[in-house]
Design a protein around this ligand. Structure first.
Ligand SMILES: NC(=O)c1ccc[n+]([C@@H]2O[C@H](COP(=O)([O-])OP(=O)(O)OC[C@H]3O[C@@H](n4cnc5c(N)ncnc54)[C@H](O)[C@@H]3O)[C@@H](O)[C@H]2O)c1
Ligand SMILES: CC(=O)N[C@@H]1[C@@H](OP(=O)(O)OP(=O)(O)OC[C@H]2O[C@@H](n3ccc(=O)[nH]c3=O)[C@H](O)[C@@H]2O)O[C@H](CO)[C@@H](O)[C@@H]1O
Length: 443
């Protein structure tokens, strides 16, 4: 398989936030690429040499590969499998009704198996509960293709990207973790990915270790965010700034206190702990710390809504208009998936606050907010007519001083900073400011 000669053909199943960047990374390394997706819009875009998702640095790679005849997209997973040497799976993995929903992976595995050939390599890159590659994927591939492991290769390699810098993360930021279901698969997958990843490859003993390490990364983050949230609330109640505490504590290498916030969103961190909690239960073990941390983070939208209610009551505001800044689950991207803003809106509506508007510079429409009867706007104009401003997402444009935001409109009386983002300077008379980990400031 000569990557440099472009002789290897890689089919990526699921050309979304992760898959489109994986495909681009292989094209960048000289491979031929096939993008496979059930979304005809994405297939059509890629067949025009355009990126199917809004990720930087993909356009020129797809355009060049298209011109060189090294790229096409299809919704026919069987055809893609018959025409490719390496099949990479990057479709969604979710939780539904308290258990993992891996139906997209199963469906794609069926398509791959129907075109699987001797010498092919299959690599699962979606984040999954430990055991998925060996006990869900392998049987489907073997039964449907009639081939046995050894006649084809099977490995697991987690994606560690952050949206908005996905290609850079794949090619430059982190070593690629590889675990083979058998020795040969691990070896071949490691050789191939050592061409792609400038940070090299970490080859672990098997696919189970690789599946688990990905979830461990996510659980580490979720537990530490929960710790930050809990300590921040206590700091606020004691009248001190959590940020100052964290900065001082983190001056020692053994401390990495995270940031508090309105909650934890995205397709990663809220889901990974639930994969592990579910898996632990299957072997009669309770992940108590992981579960408790998840509960703390899921409580945060309510905590922020309570701060809004307290501020409105202390200022004596009547029928206030509330502007929520940020729908995206993380700052400076436009992805609302599992965003805590939805829960914050639900909490405020349940408290009887109905005059709500959400502003996000990166997202212009959202069905879920519309279904809740809440408008979504792009510009800051509407905010000036609000009595209360709540920061829910850490978009950089919100990083202004408190006095600056208050000076933008006489109407704004209360700022609840759900990301402890703003620079706290002067509070004008008759106004108030509070953060998750920052005490009340009234004037
Ligand atoms: N988004 C992230 O930051 C991130 C980071 C690390 C890992 N991951 C993992 O990567 C996986 C994919 O996440 P994503 O953010 O790219 O999701 P996404 O929703 O952006 O993309 C998934 C794509 O798969 C397609 N798809 C779904 N079912 C399909 C099927 N049966 N056949 C063909 N195509 C199908 C969808 O149309 C979509 O285009 C998930 O397991 C996630 O946990 C995501
Ligand atoms: C290298 C990397 O990072 N890759 C991705 C990234 O996942 P991600 O894109 O979902 O983004 P995160 O930054 O994890 O944010 C998730 C939510 O948590 C909130 N948050 C965050 C930090 C904090 O201190 N306090 C918070 O409240 C934030 O607002 C947001 O809602 O990390 C995962 C684990 O490493 C990886 O699995 C994933 O590949």
């Amino acid at each position: 398989m000569g990557l440099r000669t472009g002789r290897i053909t890689v089919a990526v199943y699921g050309i979304g936030h992760v898959g489109a960047s994986i495909l681009a990374a292989w094209l960048l390394a000289g491979a031929r690429g096939i993008g496979v997706d059930k979304d005809e819009g994405k297939v059509g875009a890629l067949n025009k040499g355009e990126p199917p998702v809004n990720e930087p640095c993909l356009s020129e790679i797809f355009e060049k590969a298209k011109l060189e005849g090294r790229l096409y997209a299809t919704s026919d997973g069987k055809e893609a499998s018959a025409k490719s040497d390496v099949k990479i799976i990057a479709v969604p993995s979710m939780m539904a009704d308290g258990k993992p929903d891996l139906s997209a992976i199963s469906s794609v595995a069926e398509s791959i198996a129907s075109g699987l050939k001797r010498g092919d390599l299959v690599i699962l890159e979606s984040s999954v509960p430990p055991g998925t590659t060996r006990y869900l994927l392998k049987p489907i591939l073997e039964e449907k293709s009639g081939l046995s492991l050894g006649e084809f290769g099977l490995a697991y390699s987690p994606e560690r990207i952050s949206e908005g810098r996905a290609l850079r993360d794949i090619v430059e930021s982190y070593p690629k973790i590889i675990g083979g279901v058998d020795e040969r698969s691990g070896e071949i997958a490691s050789i191939l990915y050592s061409v792609i990843s400038k940070r090299g490859v970490i080859r672990v003993s098997n696919e189970l270790v690789a599946e688990f390490e990905k979830l461990a990364e996510g659980v580490y983050r979720d537990v530490n965010i929960a710790l930050a949230n809990e300590l921040a609330i206590l700091c606020r109640k004691l009248g001190i700034d959590y940020e100052e505490v964290a900065k001082a504590a983190n001056s020692q290498p053994y401390s990495n206190l995270h940031k508090p916030g309105t909650g934890v969103g995205g397709l990663c961190i809220p889901i990974y702990p639930k994969f592990l909690i579910w898996k632990a239960k299957s072997v009669g073990f309770e992940l108590n710390l992981t579960s408790t941390a998840r509960g703390i983070n899921e409580f945060m939208p309510k905590e922020v809504a309570e701060l809004v209610r307290e501020g409105i009551s202390r200022l004596g505001l009547k029928n206030p208009k509330i502007a929520i800044l940020g729908l995206s689950f993380r700052g400076d991207i436009g992805d609302p998936r599992l965003s805590p803003t939805y829960e914050l809106v639900k909490e405020l509506l349940s408290m009887g606050f109905e005059d709500l508007v959400v502003q996000d510079p990166f997202i212009s429409e959202d069905e879920k907010l519309s279904s809740m009867g809440v408008r979504l706007v792009n510009d800051m104009e509407e905010i000036l007519g609000a009595d209360v401003v709540v920061i829910s997402t850490d978009h950089s444009i919100y990083k202004m001083s408190v006095s600056e935001l208050f000076s933008m409109s006489e109407k704004i009386r209360l700022i609840v900073d759900g990301r402890d983002l703003m620079e706290v300077d002067r509070i004008p008379a008759g106004r108030a400011y509070v953060g998750v980990g920052r005490p009340w400031r009234f004037r």
